[in-house]
Design a protein around this ligand. Structure first.
Ligand SMILES: Cc1cc2nc3c(=O)[nH]c(=O)nc-3n(C[C@H](O)[C@H](O)[C@H](O)COP(=O)(O)OP(=O)(O)OC[C@H]3O[C@@H](n4cnc5c(N)ncnc54)[C@H](O)[C@@H]3O)c2cc1C
Length: 462
């Protein structure tokens, strides 16, 4: 009998496991995949490590948002390296801009390019520091339109938020601000791959007597007298616990609850009907040795001066995020670059019935073309990038669906909508008192959002 059973070993599940095991509870984490970590996992090809969903983290300096949380999780011992003072660069329509670390430096830096918007920029960074739950109902796009009269500046300050979903009608100011704020406080990369973080959390759970079982896909939860009593896995194994935490997509969880009489249909329908955020296409490049100096900043390149093109029709922006991977051998040259661009499900739906490794030549050719488009955009920052590439590995929403069980390959879980905040932001509690939720779909995606949600989830138990 376990005190807590956690479904899914993403950052949310492992953070909850670490916190609760540290408080003396007996924790069991069940992970469907053979590799733990969800979006934090990394893989190895040709002697190099590639990450999935870990490019940079914000707010790790002492006294800042994430420092305390990561200290409690034992993650501040990892080799975090501060990024360049100008941590994010933006290229829009051929013009270059930079985001500086520190709220005042951020506003001051952009005020050099937009002197007529200086007051608006300081108002903006002040607002970022005073975000409350009420901002879940405020439209990020409307707020930005009211704040900046210069259309280009509105697009520049939004450019790096490509890592959430720049959907004009729905994106709440709450999400937009959290996506920007901690990175402006300070921005960090890990010297090493995401498995360092995953292994650190698993080590803490195991040291406290807990267990993480991979290859254990939960398919059903059983209820007795209004409480969940056990989780049944695809291999027939059953595990019992006092509390259950779900770190998986809530719609997937609801399918496991179909036999639980206390979970009303309305709850299940609400979760099943919720919209998901757009997926991501990633081209992971290995670069010829000694061909390109390492750069400790990200670059966001957009062809057109309109980054808010994503509307109800789900057409995401044509832009690319360039993120260099820190060399692990202290070389000045980099070996790897990730290119990321939003990609809606309909672009890969034609291959929805295919499995990893068996998608056919037309899918391979689709991915090559998509990667070429990303490389062409990235060449606005790294001329002749195409000639420096050794290998290119691609992943699409299909990859995220198949490896992580994310519906329609959604990159950031359930979409938050400022027009219906009560329906799109969720409580960590469920109709069953001993079943709790955590992970990126609940309140906020990203490493900060998922970590903070894990603390909220655990506060309901111990
Ligand atoms: C391409 C990309 C780049 C990103 N870059 C950054 C970044 O630079 N900085 C940042 O802050 N954030 C970034 N993010 C976001 C961040 O990685 C995620 O928000 C976060 O890792 C999600 O963690 P999670 O615990 O909610 O879920 P997940 O990581 O999705 O974990 C869920 C786990 O549950 C498992 N599971 C599913 N079904 C079952 C089942 N039935 N039984 C058992 N286990 C199951 C899955 O296999 C998975 O391991 C990025 C995301 C993507 C997609």
């Amino acid at each position: 009998m376990n005190d807590v059973l956690i479904i899914g070993s993403g950052l949310g599940g492992l953070a909850c496991g670490t916190l609760l095991a540290g408080r003396g509870l007996k924790v069991l984490v069940l992970e469907s995949s053979n590799q733990p970590g969800g979006c934090m996992q990394s893989f190895r090809r040709g002697g190099l490590h590639y990450d999935t969903g870990l490019h940079y983290v914000g707010g790790l300096a002492p006294g800042q948002t994430m420092h305390k949380a990561f200290s409690q999780l034992g993650l501040m011992d990892l080799p975090w390296q501060r990024m360049d003072e100008q941590f994010d660069r933006v290229i829009i329509g051929g013009r270059h801009f930079a985001f500086s670390q520190g709220y005042d430096a951020f506003a001051e830096g952009l005020a050099k390019d937009f002197p007529h918007q200086r007051e608006a920029l300081f108002g903006f960074v002040h607002r970022l520091q005073h975000i409350t739950a009420a901002d879940m109902e405020v439209s990020a796009y409307d707020y930005l339109r009211q704040t900046f009269s210069d259309e280009l500046l509105l697009n520049v300050v939004s450019a790096a938020a490509m890592k959430t979903e720049l959907r004009r009608e729905s994106l709440p100011l709450f999400n937009f601000a959290h996506t920007c704020s901690s990175f402006i406080e300070s921005s960090w990369r890990l010297k090493g791959d995401g498995n360092l973080l995953v292994n650190k959390l698993i080590g803490s759970i195991q040291q406290a007597g807990g267990k993480v079982l991979t290859g254990s896909k939960v398919v059903r939860l059983t209820e007795k007298d209004g409480r969940i009593v056990s989780a049944v896995c695809a291999d027939g194994q059953t595990y019992e616990a006092e509390y259950f935490i779900s770190d998986i997509h809530p719609a997937t969880l609801c399918r496991m609850l179909e036999d639980c009489p206390s979970v009303r249909k309305a709850f299940r329908r609400r979760m099943a009907a919720a919209e998901n955020t757009c997926g991501m296409f990633t081209a992971q490049l290995s670069i010829k040795p000694d061909a390109l100096p390492y750069f400790a900043h990200n670059v966001f390149v957009y062809d057109k001066p309109n980054v808010w093109t994503m509307t109800e029709e789900n057409e995401p922006v044509k832009g690319v995020m360039i993120s260099a991977r820190m060399p692990e051998n202290d070389s000045d040259s980099l070996r790897q670059i990730d290119l990321l661009t939003p990609m809606p499900w309909h672009e890969c739906e034609a291959w929805a019935d295919t499995k990893v490794g068996h998608r056919g030549d037309d899918y391979q050719s689709f991915c090559r073309n998509k990667a070429q488009q990303c490389i062409a955009l990235a060449e606005q920052y790294i001329p002749q990038l195409g000639e420096l590439i050794e290998q290119c590995y691609t992943s699409s929403p299909l990859t995220y669906r198949d490896y992580l069980g994310s519906p329609e390959g959604s990159a950031f879980g359930m979409r938050k909508d400022c027009r219906v905040p009560m329906l799109s932001f969720h409580s960590v509690s469920t109709p069953l008192p001993n079943l709790l939720l955590t992970g990126q779909s609940i309140i906020l995606p990203g490493i900060e959002g998922v970590t903070m949600t894990a603390f909220e989830t655990c506060s309901k138990i111990a």
